[in-house]
Design a protein around this ligand. Structure first.
Ligand code: GRF
Length: 198
């Protein structure tokens, strides 16, 4: 497996713990980041996992380099964990069914950014996190697993984020396990892709 991460990488950490080198179901062999400062890179290196900064010189260039690395390292499954770039329909089409994302809301509610703030503003009593197969949209695609946490009186976006993150650290490895075991499979590809995209 490879993990793409742009930031602090707490979900990456949970995945590294759950799928260390030699794990019979699968191991994380590569971490890629578009951000040279991402703490995710240090976390991976600290555990002896190859971690590379791939500069974002446009989507085409980034994806071209990423695809080559994924092929070289014989990666079967790509996990987005706080990766802040949108991948192209061509990349997603090629990896459909083998590309997962985690998003800190009960999708399809609250896709996009500043989720916890919007959840609080809307007065929700419950929120959560979703692991899903990535399709061409932003935070869309068939859901593998969801978990829920309460929104409590006096919550701030930071408190809510912390509660959701604790959930995510259990949820993502669990969802990955389901996919690796073949117990969660994506429906048929999301409609025909133009041949030029493939
Ligand atoms: C998580 O909340 C995840 O759902 C979202 O970005 C955040 C990443 O956090 N996609 P971290 O970098 O894993 O700590």
């Amino acid at each position: 497996m490879a993990v793409f991460a742009s930031g602090r990488g707490t979900n990456l950490e949970a995945l590294l713990q759950a799928f260390p080198q030699g794990h019979p179901l699968g191991e994380v062999v590569l971490v890629l980041s578009d951000n040279p400062e991402a703490f995710a890179l240090e976390r991976a290196r600290g555990r002896g996992v190859e971690a590379l900064f791939l500069p974002w010189r446009g989507r085409r260039a980034f994806e071209g380099e990423a695809l080559a690395l994924l092929a070289e390292r014989r990666v079967d499954l790509v996990l987005l964990a706080g990766f802040l770039r949108l991948l192209s329909p061509a990349f997603v089409g090629r990896w459909y069914g083998r590309l997962l994302n985690i998003h800190p809301s009960l999708l399809p509610d609250y896709p996009g950014l500043r989720v916890h703030q919007r959840v609080l503003q809307a007065g929700e009593r419950e929120t959560g996190s979703t692991v899903h197969f990535v399709d061409q949209g932003m935070d869309t695609g068939p859901i593998v697993l969801q978990g829920r946490v309460p929104v409590l009186p006096g919550d701030t976006p930071e408190l809510l984020e912390r509660r959701v993150l604790r959930l995510e650290h259990r949820l993502y490895p669990k969802a990955v396990r389901l996919v690796l075991l073949g117990l969660a499979r994506p429906p048929e590809a999301f409609g025909p892709l133009a041949p030029s995209l493939l």
